[in-house]
Design a protein around this ligand. Structure first.
Ligand SMILES: *Cc1c(COP(=O)(O)O)cnc(C)c1O
Length: 360
């Protein structure tokens, strides 16, 4: 068993990118007012407003679970419900935090085999019941890119927003990898958010190269009322806020937010091309952002593990590989080599067994 110098099991295995690190160092000078009253937090929020070309309300929290849960809670009463895809992080990976922070708003899970919500699935679920016994649909949440690595197009988001408007639903976007979606589409951040009808975005900084931190961005600023209190009550108001906000300045002003995502996406394409060209391996989902899901015989997956590769199999049953800002193409080549080697071994009769049969 070798331990690899770099693993692609999660994009959270990566460290802090130089631009975010330098921004932290710059902010680490002298004293500054606490709880977000500092110059760095103002500059970071202004930077996000300028990135989106919108006069939005911006809040900085520690992690994605809190960002999503508090944002959803701010859109709901406890008797409301939130429509999400079956594979949504809010449903499968937040330990009930959205329900907890909303005092019980129920997640309504729409069947979405590839992880993407559709206008039809939303309409079906939202109109399935209208009686007093059913939690009243109030919000739709979509993940951009999805947990399966797919990217909603501008048109798809617009179509979802149109259904939301017609049914009186708010639209929330879990953008833990929002930068990767922008990189994949080559669009302005505004095109897949407020211009398309998104009310609230959770913009992930962590998976984009920061050490910690997500921005909750309200395009419908009326919805942001009292959100700061929710953050404080949930333990998400950083006292030394500048260290949560300053890395955003480094990411935005240097362009690293997009550069990092472009690199991660390109790494996924590199692995995907090799997988597509290898007999015995298949891509489970189209590769559109920084994730690659590989279907392979169990022996190949076991072989990868035996060669020291780490990966998760909780989505789609295959091996998931995720790329971050620091992904090293040489390590991807090594992974590709092992995959091809193991897949080729699958097509041959097992040599030891053959010999034993002949001699026995
Ligand atoms: C990583 C991730 C989050 C945030 O998770 P935390 O561990 O709470 O920071 C949210 N949504 C999606 C889709 C994610 O992949």
């Amino acid at each position: 068993m070798t331990d690899r110098p770099q693993q692609f099991a999660s994009d959270n295995y990566a460290g802090i990118c130089p631009e975010a690190w330098a921004a932290l160092a710059r902010a680490n000078q002298g004293s500054q007012p606490a709880y977000g009253e500092d110059i760095w937090t103002t500059r970071a929020a202004d930077g996000l407003r300028s990135l989106f070309g919108a006069d939005c309300e911006v809040f900085f929290v520690f992690n994605g679970t809190a960002a999503n849960s508090l944002a959803l809670a701010s859109l709901c009463q406890s008797y409301h419900s939130v429509i999400c895809a079956a594979a949504a992080h809010v449903e499968t990976d937040e330990c009930g935090a959205p329900e907890f922070f909303s005092n019980g708003s129920k997640l309504l899970v729409a069947p979405a085999p590839d992880g993407k919500l559709t206008p039809q699935a939303i309409r079906d679920l939202a109109t399935s019941r209208s009686d007093i016994h059913f939690p009243k649909p109030r919000v739709v949440t979509i993940t951009q890119p999805t947990e399966t690595g797919l990217v909603y197009s501008i048109e798809e988001i617009r179509a979802i927003a149109t259904v939301c408007r017609s049914l009186g639903l708010k639209l929330h976007m879990d953008g833990a990898r929002f930068a990767h979606a922008c990189a994949a589409l080559g669009c302005e951040p505004a095109d897949i958010t407020w211009r398309a009808g998104v009310d609230v975005l959770c913009f992930g900084g962590t998976k984009n190269g920061m050490g910690v931190g997500e921005a909750v961005i309200y395009f419908d600023t009326a919805l942001a009322e009292d959100f700061a209190y929710r953050c404080k009550q949930a333990g998400q108001l950083a006292s030394k806020m500048r260290f949560l906000s300053a890395p955003w300045i480094g990411m935005l002003e240097s362009g690293a937010w997009l550069r990092n995502a472009l690199h991660a996406n390109a790494c996924a394409q590199k692995l995907a091309a090799a997988v597509a060209a290898t007999e015995g391996l298949d891509l489970i989902f189209a590769v559109e952002a920084n994730a690659v899901f590989i279907a392979a015989p169990d022996a190949v997956l076991d072989g990868l593990r035996a060669r020291g590769w780490r990966f998760y199999t909780f989505i789609g049953g295959g091996a998931r590989f995720m790329f971050a800002w620091d992904a090293d193409p040489a390590v991807i080549d090594a992974l590709t080599g092992d995959l091809q080697d193991l897949a080729a071994g699958q097509n041959l009769p097992a040599p030891a067994a053959k010999l034993a049969a002949v001699s026995g």
